[in-house]
Design a protein around this ligand. Sequence first.
Ligand SMILES: NC(=O)c1ccc[n+]([C@@H]2O[C@H](COP(=O)([O-])OP(=O)(O)OC[C@H]3O[C@@H](n4cnc5c(N)ncnc54)[C@H](O)[C@@H]3O)[C@@H](O)[C@H]2O)c1
Length: 281
Amino acid sequence: MQYISVIGSGTMGNGIAHTFAQFGFEVSLVDIDDVALTKAMATIGSNLDRQLKKDTITEADKMHILNRITTFTDLADGVHRADLVVEAATENEEIKLVLFKELDKSCPHHTILTSNTSSISITKIASVTQRPENVIGMHFMNPVPVMKLVEVIKGYSTSKTTTNSVIALSNQIDKVAIEVNDYPGFVANRILMPMINEAIYTLFEGVADVEAIDAVMKLGMAHPMGPLQLADFIGLDVCLAILRVLHEGFGNPKYAPCPLLVNMVMAGKLGRKAGQGFYTY
Ligand SMILES: NC(=O)c1ccc[n+]([C@@H]2O[C@H](COP(=O)([O-])OP(=O)(O)OC[C@H]3O[C@@H](n4cnc5c(N)ncnc54)[C@H](O)[C@@H]3O)[C@@H](O)[C@H]2O)c1
């Protein structure tokens, strides 16, 4: 594999593009929003500066990495030579189903189509394509250049060849791939989101304030950051979308999103990317 196309240049898309470019792949970064693409390239630049300061890359490496990333607003242009696509667009089933239909039409026959979705069924996404055996979940963690895990989600029809290719590719970019099956929330978010939701309920019910809740989990459970700060980093809209998938997928009221989370998303307090969530940025 040589050509990787990343669809969506938000929180995750820019990190995924950065990581593949750092390991020598030619990356096409696609977004419907030109402003998002400009912002993504600026973010990649400043994240590379941080690596430069830590001496993990050189000035020449930084230039090569940036030169390996090309941005596109037209999907067909951005994927016409892709060996593998990582879709990291907004966590919305309708958007992803439309995108995968388009990807299936515009990509070469050999292209593996992956989604970075946090919770939407890979089997359902694959079903709108003519190549369900080549569709798989590649769930990166934020921040992508730093976090080791890729949760690899096998859809009902995903072939062994596709799974093996994606595991090998993950190893090539210095990640550890863990194979899981396709059920709501997979493993990571099925466990993480109920914890975050419970932390929001704890705040909502006045048990403790934001700092206290996060401090209890950091100091008491050795978590590197508290659940409310983590929710801000993930994006509160993303957390809400995942909880809705869990709630609907399992039909179990224990996954019902806290009303405070719903209100904050409606108010546009989406966390770090919006400058305001449980904390101010
Ligand atoms: N934020 C996290 O910590 C995290 C972690 C793991 C996985 N994910 C998943 O990654 C995906 C992206 O999440 P994010 O947090 O980066 O979202 P984000 O809101 O930061 O960015 C989404 C980007 O997708 C673009 N987009 C929307 N529709 C598009 C289309 N049709 N074509 C091209 N671009 C389009 C938007 O313009 C935006 O720039 C979601 O599926 C999410 O569940 C997020």
